[in-house]
Design a protein around this ligand. Structure first.
Ligand SMILES: Cc1ncc(C[n+]2csc(CCOP(=O)(O)OP(=O)(O)O)c2C)c(N)n1
Length: 370
């Protein structure tokens, strides 16, 4: 296994392409068509992310958690799934994962407008909504994987696999322990990806845990763990593909720690200048300029005569056209009333929620706020 050592956080991580696009493991390179398909999928998400911030500034999206710079982890991992059968349990920063899985772009826009149609997931797609409480999705992912394991055994077929994401901060939550312990004990078909982007809002990863690596936590759950260069799409795809295949054939879960970096603010409402020390700003700038995941794969493709500036421009124009259509579709969605916010919390609403809904309605009818 070839290791990437350019940054201490990356010590011991698996990589296929160096940051400048040079192949370190030529035998593991995918077919050209597959590499191109993955590059296109990854760039599409980054263009969306960049435009989403503009839309937020124009007042056309609510608060938005940016993922630009982390798209190799998100897209590389999700492209190892078989949608709509395999499951995706994203984090709230997972717009890139949802797009790569197949969530239509207008639904994503509605999600970040707080519109209920954005959160009303398609029952034909095994895609969970974005959860704001961090790590909540992990016990759910483990439970779904158990159900898939049992269903598959009953029907005499391979199980669908659950791919669940969590941030480095999320690994300090009780739900991380609950989800991984359960998954390990029952050997469920699940793959857990820690998007270690160096930060949990203003808390740096080194204050998150005294463990040497977050992957080392797998040991305590009896779950094999791998560390990967999270800005190397080919490497992420390779390790997740292996983990998905193992889960499918009954080999149990895998924990993957993808080392990446949050080069952007936590959300569209955050300002890292408030908490970055000067060395943090230098590090962020280094990742921004020298470890960009798109530039890395593009350098490889360009160097092999597979990609050109014209193709890049065409791709960006295609995504912009898709985004325009998606915005038009989202704008045409029916208006919403404040009490609808409480409609999708439980299948059967609790008495408290029903009371709050009627209070909102009464207030509205009196002409008060909302
Ligand atoms: C259970 C819970 N506690 C606290 C918060 C407040 N909170 C929002 S984001 C965040 C940091 C999450 O960091 P990390 O898991 O590393 O993910 P990242 O935002 O870096 O993708 C916190 C503490 C929350 N959303 N949920």
């Amino acid at each position: 296994m070839t290791l990437s050592t350019a940054d201490p956080r990356l010590d011991g991580t698996f990589c296929i392409l160096e940051a400048d696009g040079t192949p370190r493991q030529p035998t593991l390179l995918p077919e050209d068509a597959a590499a191109l398909r993955m590059y296109r999928a990854m760039r599409r998400t980054r263009v969306f992310d960049e435009r989403a911030l503009v839309l937020q500034r124009q007042g056309r999206l609510g608060v938005y958690p940016l993922f630009g710079g982390m798209e190799a982890t998100q897209v590389g991992a999700v492209l190892a799934l078989n949608p709509p059968h395999d499951w995706l349990a994203p984090t709230y920063r997972g717009s890139g994962t949802a797009l790569a899985y197949g969530l239509p772009m207008h639904k994503l826009i509605l999600t970040w407008r707080g519109h209920p149609d954005g959160f009303r997931m398609n029952p034909d797609q095994h895609l969970l909504p974005f959860y704001t409480p961090i790590a909540n999705q992990l016990p759910h992912a483990a439970g779904i994987a158990l159900a898939e394991q049992r269903l598959a055994a009953r029907e005499g077929r391979d199980p669908n696999v659950v791919l669940a994401f969590v941030g480095d901060g999320g690994t300090s939550e009780g739900d991380f322990h609950v989800g991984l312990n359960f998954a390990g004990a029952y050997r469920v078909p699940a793959v857990f990806v820690i998007e270690n982007n160096g930060w949990a809002i203003s808390t740096p990863t080194q204050l998150q845990s005294a463990a040497n690596t977050l992957a080392s936590r797998g040991e305590g759950y009896g779950i094999p763990a791998v560390r990967v260069d999270g800005n190397d799409l080919l490497a992420v795809h390779h390790v997740v593909q292996e983990a998905v295949a193992r889960a499918r054939r009954g080999g149990g879960p895998t924990l993957i720690e993808a080392i990446t970096y949050r080069i952007l603010p936590h959300t569209s409402s955050d300002d890292p200048a408030r908490y970055h020390r000067s060395e943090d700003a230098v590090q962020a700038d280094h990742w921004r300029r020298h470890r960009d995941p798109g530039q890395r794969l593009r350098a490889y493709l360009g160097g092999h005569g597979l990609w050109t500036d014209d193709l890049e421009q065409q791709l960006v124009a295609e995504v912009e056209a898709e985004l325009r259509d998606a915005l038009a579709q989202a704008d045409a969605a029916p208006g919403i009333e404040p009490w609808e916010l409480l409609e999708h919390v439980f299948e059967t609403p609790t008495p408290d929620l029903l009371e709050q809904q009627s209070e909102l309605r009464a207030l509205h009818e009196e002409g008060g706020r909302p």
